[in-house]
Design a protein around this ligand. Structure first.
Ligand code: PEP
Length: 250
């Protein structure tokens, strides 16, 4: 069975609650594509108003991060149960900005992935190489290592239901997109890694996104690749361009 495309916006640290409501309104008619899963991953404080604002539409909501504990003395952190109760269904885990600025390691991210599943949240697990790693020719080895570490003790059934976002760090927010060949090569390698860890059926079921300056101009070609099942979109998710990506041309 063909995999359903999933286009997710990563709003990052943008949009106050009132701006968030206005953005949902602006995008409302533009993101209406019943053939595609559409997700807005938003700052924690925007989850409640955005869930309210997307009611009755095809859009689901995700968090951009969560903590690994149930509750307690972790000032400033957001518990998975809070995200679920607020109405979000997805959570981004291991975005390169969190790996870099907040020192999130694969060991820690693995705990987050397991915790997300415990609470019925669908993880959008990010992986990706730096420019130095690409130039050194170690991209595929690095990505395989990230995936294997982050998915420790995740069952095949869980893996089949999740989303992996391949985001070359050098392409995030830089306006530099990976070529379709580069993006397809890595997404294919991710699928092969899933087949190696689990089995072919799991690999066929898991959805793999490309992220890194995807926009209204390059989305059609990227989304036409056999192993690219969607996009994780930063900058362009805050603009009407996002609607064009959701309605990519086949
Ligand atoms: C991202 O941060 O997930 C991302 C892909 O950003 P951008 O689209 O702005 O490169």
């Amino acid at each position: 069975m063909a995999r359903r495309k999933i286009i997710a916006g990563n709003w990052k640290m943008n949009m106050t609650p009132s701006e968030a409501k206005a953005l949902v309104e602006t995008l409302k008619d533009l993101v209406n594509n019943p053939e595609v899963d559409v997700v807005y991953c938003v700052p924690a404080i925007d989850i409640v108003p955005v869930v309210e604002a997307v009611k009755g539409t095809n859009v689901e909501v995700g968090a951009e991060n969560m903590y690994i504990e149930e509750k307690g003395a972790y000032t400033g952190e957001i518990a998975p149960a809070m995200i679920v109760d607020a109405g979000a269904k997805y959570v981004i885990i291991g975005h390169s900005e969190r790996r870099e600025y907040f020192n999130e390691t694969d060991e820690f991210l693995n705990k987050k992935v397991l915790k997300a599943f415990e609470h019925g949240l669908t993880p959008i697990l990010c992986c990706g190489e730096s420019l130095e790693q690409r130039e050194a020719g170690v991209t595929l080895d690095w990505i395989r290592l990230q995936i294997k570490s982050d998915l420790q003790n995740v069952t095949a059934e869980q893996a089949a239901s999740m989303v992996i976002a391949y985001e070359p760090i050098w392409a995030i927010g830089t306006g530099k997109t990976a070529t379709t060949e580069q993006a397809q090569e890595v997404c294919k390698a991710i699928r092969e890694t899933i087949a190696e860890i689990y089995d072919e059926a799991t690999a066929e079921s898991i959805r793999i996104q490309y992220g890194g300056s995807m926009n209204a101009k390059n989305c059609d070609e990227l989304l036409a690749q056999p192993d690219i099942d969607g996009g994780l979109i930063g900058g362009a998710s805050l603009k009407p361009d996002f609607g064009r990506i959701v309605n990519y041309q086949k």
